[in-house]
Design a protein around this ligand. Structure first.
Ligand SMILES: [Zn+2]
Length: 261
């Protein structure tokens, strides 16, 4: 009888322990599920907001500078400071390593630091999925080191030559999927001053911008903070004054990132 009672008790406790373990397992699974779905929701909303940016009806100008940092960048930062405009910089990882102090200054002054690959070399970038994700990770690590932020994630990427350009189209489509899995959005532009096409002088650059921005509301403007071809810093002050006179306010990608917080 005693043995029977002991076994019954034992059975009851075993049952209780199994119940508790099952409950713990179930709740941790559902928590993981919630975390995954909230992270996916963040990612999906973020990507949608970035994609919809250029469809905005407000007259907002997002100045974006590609291919830096370089020795032109401080000049651009001085002008942005003077005009009280916050911009976004699509930096190249290897140039970040060469000029970390410039990236730090841009970040400290409130500009958004976005990712434009480590090498800007399409044959390395599209070699494989691994190579593509390495180019992004290495760049974010370089940015993080430069600005003193651990595990920096730039969240926004721009393909060299833009997603819309015909080169490597199939590869870009494939990598766009990988980007969203990595929780990155990518963005092109809907306005430019053509500073990378040939050597334009500052008034030609301004005229290019006037033509390209005509009848558009929200503008994502492509410029470069290098002086390989045209030096956009020479036209920047006049370009900002022109956009202000046309009723544009200025913003950078923090507006999209912070909206989701
Ligand atoms: Zn570029």
């Amino acid at each position: 009888m005693r043995i029977f009672i002991f076994s019954k008790k034992n059975l009851f406790f075993s049952f209780l322990i199994i119940c508790i373990i099952t409950l713990i397992l179930l709740s941790s699974l559902s928590l993981a599920g919630e975390f995954r779905s909230s992270s996916n929701t963040f990612s999906n909303n973020f990507i949608a907001n970035i994609n919809n940016l250029v469809k905005g009806k407000e007259k907002v100008a997002y100045l974006t500078f590609d291919d830096g940092p370089s020795l032109v960048t401080p000049k651009i930062l001085d002008i942005l400071n003077k005009e009280n405009v916050k911009a976004s910089f699509f930096v190249i990882g290897k140039s970040v390593e060469a000029h970390p102090e410039i990236v730090k200054r841009a970040y400290d002054e409130g500009h958004y630091i976005a990712n434009h690959t480590y090498s800007h070399n399409n044959s390395i970038l599209y070699r494989s999925s691994e190579s593509f994700s390495n180019e992004i990770k290495k760049t974010d690590i370089a940015i993080g080191k430069a600005i003193g932020v651990d595990a920096y994630s730039s969240l926004i990427f721009r393909f060299p030559n833009g997603f819309m350009s015909p080169q490597y189209k199939a590869k870009k489509k494939e990598m766009a999927k990988l980007l969203s899995q990595m929780n990155y959005a990518y963005i092109d532009w809907n306005c430019l001053n053509n500073d990378s096409i040939k050597k334009y002088n500052s008034s030609q650059l301004l005229n290019n911008l006037k033509k390209s921005s005509k009848n558009k509301n929200t503008l994502v403007i492509l410029m470069h903070d290098t002086k390989d071809v045209s030096n956009s810093s020479l036209a920047l002050e006049d370009s900002i004054e022109y956009l202000k006179s046309e009723g544009y306010s200025f913003s950078n990608f923090y507006s999209v990132v912070n909206d989701l917080k």
